[in-house]
Design a protein around this ligand. Structure first.
Ligand SMILES: Nc1nc2c(c(=O)[nH]1)N[C@H]1C(S)=C(S)[C@@H](COP(=O)(O)O)O[C@H]1N2
Ligand SMILES: [Mo]
Length: 430
C-alpha cells in the first residue's frame, strides 16, 4: 500500500474506526495527536477497506461536515436530522464522565420545545396501581430523596455498523453510548408509593415528544419493562445530568434512566408510566424492534418464522478512547499508552485486553474501580511496539459470565442488535 505523508495535517474530527463504510475510508490516518508532522491521506489504506464500492465514491474520502447543534461538540457524528441522531466518536469518549457536550443523541420523534417551567412538569403513575400518582417535578423532589449515580446509557443498536450486510437502522459504531452522572429519584420508591398491584406485569412509558409526522395519536416511542426490572434500585427519574438541569435534548425536565438495558427504555420528556397486566405493545415493543432471534439467522434474511425475544441486557464492549484512530507517532516511538472504557449491560466486567497482532496475543489492561453499579470501567494499558510501521490495536472486554467480544459480528439480525465486534484503531509509527 502507498502511504503518503505530505497531505492532510489535521486530525480528523470523526475517525470512524472500522465501520461499514470502510475502515479509514473517511477518517484516514491523519494528523498526529502526539505532534508528529504529516499524515496519510484518507483512502491510502484501501487494502483495509471493507466496502470498497462505497469507499471509492466521489467525495467518499472527504472530511465529513461538522455536527452543528447548540451545546454539542462539532466532532460528534451526525447520523440523521429527522429524527435527530448523533453518536460520539471513540476518541471523544475519553473523559471519565462523558460531558453533556459530547453525549450522544437519539431521538425517534421531534424534539419538544423546552419547558417554560421545569418544576411544574407533571408525571403520572397509573394503571395497575392502588394509589395512582400525579406529581409535579417539585413534588417529586420534595417527597422523595434524590440520588446520583454515574451510569452508562447505551442505545440498543450500538455497534450496528459492524453487521454485514448492513442491518436496518442508524449505523452506530461504538458511540451510541455515554456515561454521565445522573441525579434523580429512584423509580422503585415512586412505584412503591403508588402501590403496584400484584396484577402488574410490565411498565409502559410515555413522553411529550411529538411523532415525526405530527400525528398526535402516534407515539414517537413507547417502551416498557417487566416489573422486576423496573424495581432495580438504579432506575432513576432523572432531572439533572452532570450536575446541571437535564438538557432538553436529553429529555429534560424529566426522563427515566434504566441502566444496563437498551437506551430506549430510558424515556425522555417523561409524562406517564402506566403499569400493565401484560407485556407492553407500544411503539418499539413489537415486530423485530429491540428483539433478537432465538437461533442464528442467514445474514440478510428476514427472519420469518424464527421466534424473537426481547433484548434485555446489553452486550459487553470495550472502546479505546486514546489515542484516536489514525494517530501517527514519531519514528522510534515504542511505548504505546492506551486508554479506554468498558461496560457490559447488567453483567460486570471481568477484564479488558488489547492486542497488537490481530488477536493472536493479548495484554491485560488495568481497570479503574466503578463509582457504583452500572458505571463504566475506565482502563489503561501499555503496549510495546516492536518497530516502526502500521498497527491495528484491538480491544476486547470479557464479563464475569465469560462472554467476550468477537472479532467480527456474526450474530446478524434484521435490526442489528447485539453487535459488539472488537473495537480497533489504526496507529502509524514513523
Ligand atoms: N421520549 C423519548 N424517549 C427516548 C427516545 C425518544 O425518541 N423519545 N429515544 C430513546 C433511545 S432509542 C435512546 S438510545 C435514548 C437516548 O438518549 P439521549 O438522546 O439522551 O442520548 O433515549 C431514549 N428515550
Ligand atoms: Mo436507542
Amino acid at each position: 500500500m502507498t502511504l503518503k505523508s505530505d497531505d492532510a495535517t489535521a486530525i480528523p474530527r470523526r475517525p470512524t474506526g472500522l465501520d461499514r463504510r470502510g475502515f479509514l475510508a473517511r477518517a484516514g490516518l491523519a494528523g498526529a495527536a502526539l505532534g508528529a508532522g504529516g499524515a496519510m491521506t484518507p483512502g491510502t489504506v484501501q487494502a483495509q477497506e471493507t466496502k470498497p464500492a462505497e469507499a471509492s465514491k466521489p467525495g467518499g474520502t472527504a472530511e465529513p461536515a461538522a455536527f452543528a447543534y447548540e451545546g454539542k461538540d462539532a466532532g460528534l457524528t451526525g447520523l440523521g436530522d429527522r429524527p435527530l441522531v448523533a453518536e460520539t466518536p471513540a476518541h471523544l469518549l475519553d473523559d471519565d464522565t462523558t460531558p453533556i457536550t459530547k453525549f450522544f443523541i437519539r431521538c425517534n420523534g421531534q424534539v419538544p420545545e423546552p419547558a417554560a417551567d421545569r418544576e411544574t412538569w407533571s408525571l403520572t403513575i397509573d394503571g395497575e396501581v392502588e394509589a395512582p400518582l400525579v406529581l409535579s417535578l417539585k413534588e417529586l423532589k420534595d417527597r422523595f430523596k434524590p440520588v446520583t449515580y454515574r451510569m452508562v446509557l447505551e442505545c440498543g443498536g450500538n455497534g450496528r455498523s459492524s453487521f454485514q450486510p448492513p442491518a436496518r437502522g442508524n449505523q452506530w459504531t461504538n458511540g451510541g453510548a455515554g456515561c454521565a452522572e445522573w441525579t434523580g429519584i429512584p423509580l422503585n420508591a415512586v412505584l412503591q408509593a403508588a402501590k403496584v398491584k400484584p396484577s402488574a406485569r410490565y411498565t409502559a412509558h410515555h413522553g411529550a415528544d411529538p411523532h415525526l409526522s405530527g400525528d398526535a395519536k402516534k407515539d414517537s416511542l413507547s417502551r416498557g419493562m417487566p416489573v422486576a426490572k423496573a424495581m432495580d434500585a438504579h432506575n432513576l427519574l432523572v432531572f439533572a445530568m452532570n450536575g446541571e438541569p437535564l438538557p432538553t435534548i436529553h429529555g429534560g425536565p424529566l426522563r427515566l434512566v434504566v441502566p444496563g438495558w437498551p437506551g430506549s427504555l430510558s424515556h425522555k420528556w417523561l409524562t406517564r408510566i402506566t403499569l400493565r397486566d401484560r407485556e407492553h405493545d407500544g411503539q418499539g415493543m413489537t415486530g423485530h424492534s429491540y428483539r433478537l432471534p432465538e437461533r442464528p439467522l442467514v445474514p440478510g434474511s428476514k427472519g420469518d418464522g424464527v421466534p424473537f425475544r426481547i433484548l434485555e441486557s446489553m452486550p459487553v464492549r470495550a472502546v479505546t478512547t486514546s489515542p484516536a484512530n489514525g494517530t501517527r507517532l514519531p519514528a522510534g516511538a515504542r511505548d504505546l499508552d492506551l486508554r479506554g472504557a468498558a461496560w457490559g449491560g447488567e453483567v460486570p466486567i471481568a477484564r479488558v485486553e488489547v492486542s497488537i497482532d490481530g488477536g493472536q496475543t493479548w495484554t491485560e489492561a488495568a481497570l479503574a474501580p466503578l463509582k457504583n453499579r452500572y458505571d463504566w470501567h475506565r482502563w489503561t494499558a501499555r503496549l510495546t511496539l516492536p518497530s516502526d510501521g502500521y498497527y491495528e490495536i484491538f480491544a476486547r472486554a470479557t464479563d464475569v459470565s465469560g462472554r467476550t467480544q468477537p472479532t467480527l459480528a456474526t450474530n446478524w439480525n434484521p435490526q442489528g442488535y447485539g453487535g459488539n465486534a472488537q473495537h480497533r484503531i489504526a496507529i502509524l509509527v514513523g
